[in-house]
Design a protein around this ligand. Structure first.
Ligand SMILES: Cc1ncc(COP(=O)(O)O)c(C=O)c1O
Length: 383
């Protein structure tokens, strides 16, 4: 048996590796606290679960769904975008549901990349922006996100040949893993760049609904001209505590949305229609308002404790992560291994998100406050 060479080109998927290590420790009887994976610990809002239960009892939802999505869901996305961002979407042509942002980002690579083409991917960044292009047989070229530029890529530094071959550019604000919010002018510059080089901007809006300190995150599609050159991937996973449901959509440029849909008709059979109806109810109700409050409290707790032990951390204005420099004398990997070994706490090494993540580690805020307090206490003792 021989797996494809494209599979062998992939680096190990960070979270698969983390899951393996956690299982090993747990099997050895260690009380592991995992701050590694960004998976909300609070249940999905009750009315959304109720909407699913009602829809699931209707036999009409039990057959193959259509990949275009039910009108109820597409219209709910359009209503949400109008209300929340002031962005008008045509539910007929500018919205297609996705089985999570991850599926959508991955498949956009298959829909837009050829073997000699390039996807521009943030470094550090969500690993699918680099793994996806590789699996599509194309190339991911990294755009460094540096703290001194507010974690914006320097689009002027992207060279002629790379810019010529680029078909996709991935942006993601509020940003995983750095927690950065979109730097002023970046979306406008991205629209210009996309026009100059005829590429599709894909803005991953997975964290627009989890922001702090009165910051309200914009949609990329609010930017003048954005719909001519871009799409946004909007997910209910984080904002609505719905990671298990696999509910997202690609919205924006009709040609790109249609290309994604054409690809999908060959790949999967869409989203369970009862889930589509529940997701529509979730969008109409809006994200649960208490979640940013809960994450903000956890953020403050973690940042204060890290500062006390000498870690110079900037509290993020969005996402569910704290991104912090590792103590002197450590690499990202050596620090995370030490923390796991000494304290049974899992944090993610920054280097797993790209070379510019080296020297950092990421803490996920998706555990209850008492566990977070205990984790930070254990960290303090192990350093
Ligand atoms: C930036 C980013 N995009 C996409 C995803 C995946 O989201 P979904 O659950 O909608 O597939 C994540 C999950 O952590 C993420 O951090």
């Amino acid at each position: 048996m021989q797996p494809s060479s494209r599979l062998n080109r992939l680096p190990p998927y960070l979270f698969a590796e983390l899951e393996r290590k956690i299982a090993e420790k747990k099997a050895a009887g260690v009380d592991v606290i995992s701050l590694g994976i960004g998976d909300p610990d609070t249940p999905t809002p009750e009315p959304v679960v109720d909407a699913l239960a009602v829809a699931a009892r209707d036999g009409a939802t039990h057959q193959y769904p259509s990949n275009r999505g039910r009108p109820e869901l597409r219209e709910a996305f359009a209503r949400f975008y109008g209300r929340r961002f002031g962005v008008e979407l045509d539910p007929e042509t500018e919205v297609v549901p996705a089985l999570g942002a991850k599926e959508c980002v991955f498949n956009l690579n298959l829909a837009f990349l050829d073997p000699d083409s390039v996807a521009l991917a943030a470094d550090p960044g969500y690993p699918v922006y680099t793994g996806g292009p590789l699996l599509a047989g194309a190339e991911a070229v990294l755009m460094p996100l540096l703290p001194e530029l507010g974690f914006a890529p320097d689009l002027d530094a992207i060279g002629g040949d790379v810019a010529r071959r680029a078909r996709l550019m991935y942006l993601n604000y509020p940003n995983n893993p750095t927690g950065a919010i979109v730097p002023e002018g970046l979306f406008e510059r991205a629209v210009e760049f996309a026009r100059e080089h005829d590429l599709l901007v894909v803005h991953d809006a997975s964290y627009t609904e989890t922001t702090f300190d009165d910051y309200v995150a914009p949609s990329f599609l609010e930017t003048p001209g954005a719909k001519e050159v871009g799409v946004e991937v909007f997910s209910l996973s984080k904002g609505w505590n719905m990671t298990g449901w696999r509910t997202a959509a690609v919205v924006g440029n009709a040609e790109a949305v249609s290309a994604y849909w054409r690809l999908k008709t060959n790949m999967d059979s869409g989203m369970f229609e009862a889930v589509q109806l529940a997701a529509a109810a979730a969008l109409d109700a809006g994200p649960p308002q208490q979640m940013p409050v809960i994450y903000q409290r956890r953020r403050d707790l973690v940042c204060a404790a890290l500062r006390e032990i000498g870690v110079d951390v900037t509290p993020p204005k969005g996402t569910i992560y704290v991104w912090a420099p590792v103590p002197e004398g450590h690499t990202s990997a050596s620090f995370c291994e030490l923390v796991l070994e000494e304290s049974g706490v899992v944090v993610s090494p920054g280097s797993a998100y790209g070379p510019n993540g080296e020297g950092f580690f990421r803490i996920s805020l998706t555990v209850p406050e008492e566990r977070l307090t205990e984790a930070v206490e254990r960290l303090r003792e192990s350093l």
